[in-house]
Write a protein of this length. Structure first.
Ligand SMILES: NC(=O)c1ccc[n+]([C@@H]2O[C@H](COP(=O)([O-])OP(=O)(O)OC[C@H]3O[C@@H](n4cnc5c(N)ncnc54)[C@H](O)[C@@H]3O)[C@@H](O)[C@H]2O)c1
Length: 253
């Protein structure tokens, strides 16, 4: 593995499992010191423990990303603990329930947006302070194919992930002049505990069959896109949303 992120301080939210964990592992494997944020202590401590056992420079922070003060305090603690300003931030945390327009209720919608939108905005606001001091930075927001195409009974999720696209573009406008790039990734169907738990095997296979690449993606295939966007190889990519979906979006599947 290359060392293109050597000496960088990275923060990954929702890093206790699934795509977030894979992203944290990949950034650390490329030389970054990685702060892993999650709300689930039961998952976060063992995940980070395994990363460290594997020689990765990973650190656990129990944080609710939807709470502004908590996030700002954590970001300051990370800089103090790791000794340098944060220069990579990956917003990935998610809390969701899938409901149709007829059924969505206020408490559910509030929580979806507290974690998945405010929970992307607060870490970006807090990290930007340090990135400005560092002189550059990369923010990568994990959106979804659901930002670009519609799914049934997913009012909260489709609205959220489209909003992440708008947030990405607006933040790129504000932070670009400071040398900070803000981009989004729109993954398609990725094999994680969350996605495998949502569908039965037969419907997963049926969905995979109509994707041009004829399969679901792996978390590592999102992590590699994140590592690229975080690196200087992506130095002129700003405000973009890259699909990583085996062609599902262009095929309308
Ligand atoms: N799995 C897929 O097929 C897929 C497809 C497209 C996009 N995505 C996106 O990728 C990201 C990760 O997906 P996943 O499948 O790994 O999901 P996941 O549910 O396994 O992971 C989400 C993580 O966020 C954490 N989290 C929840 N609330 C939090 C809070 N308030 N503060 C901090 N952490 C919190 C959870 O504990 C969990 O570890 C999400 O943004 C999701 O929308 C996933």
């Amino acid at each position: 593995m290359s060392a293109r992120l050597q000496h960088r301080i990275a923060v990954v939210t929702g890093a206790a499992r699934g795509i977030g964990r894979s992203i944290a592992e990949r950034l650390a494997a490329e030389g970054a010191r990685v702060a892993c944020l999650d709300i689930r202590a039961d998952l976060l401590e063992p995940a980070v423990g395994e990363m460290r056992k594997g020689g990765l420079d990973a650190h656990a922070y129990l944080v609710d990303v939807g709470k502004r003060d908590e996030v700002h305090a954590a970001m300051q603690r990370i800089e103090a603990d790791l000794g340098d300003p944060v220069s990579i931030l990956v917003n990935n945390a998610l809390w969701v329930r899938y409901q149709a327009i007829e059924d969505i209720d206020e408490a559910t919608l509030d929580r979806i947006f507290a974690v998945g939108l405010k929970g992307y905005i607060w870490p970006t606001q807090a990290a930007a302070v340090q990135m400005k001091r560092h002189g550059s930075g990369a923010v990568i927001n994990i959106s979804s194919q659901a930002a670009l195409v519609a799914f049934e009974k997913a009012i909260g999720y489709c609205s959220l992930k489209a909003a992440v696209g708008g947030f990405t573009r607006a933040a790129a406008m504000d932070l670009g002049p400071h040398g900070i790039r803000v981009n989004a990734i729109a993954p398609g169907m990725i094999e994680t505990p969350a996605s495998l738990g949502k569908f039965d095997q037969a419907s997963l296979l049926a969905r995979a069959r109509v994707i041009p690449s004829r399969r679901m993606g792996q978390p590592s295939e999102i992590a590699s896109v994140v590592a690229f966007l975080a690196s200087d190889e992506a130095s002129y990519i700003n405000g973009a949303m890259l699909t990583a979906d085996g062609g599902a979006t262009i095929a309308g599947t």
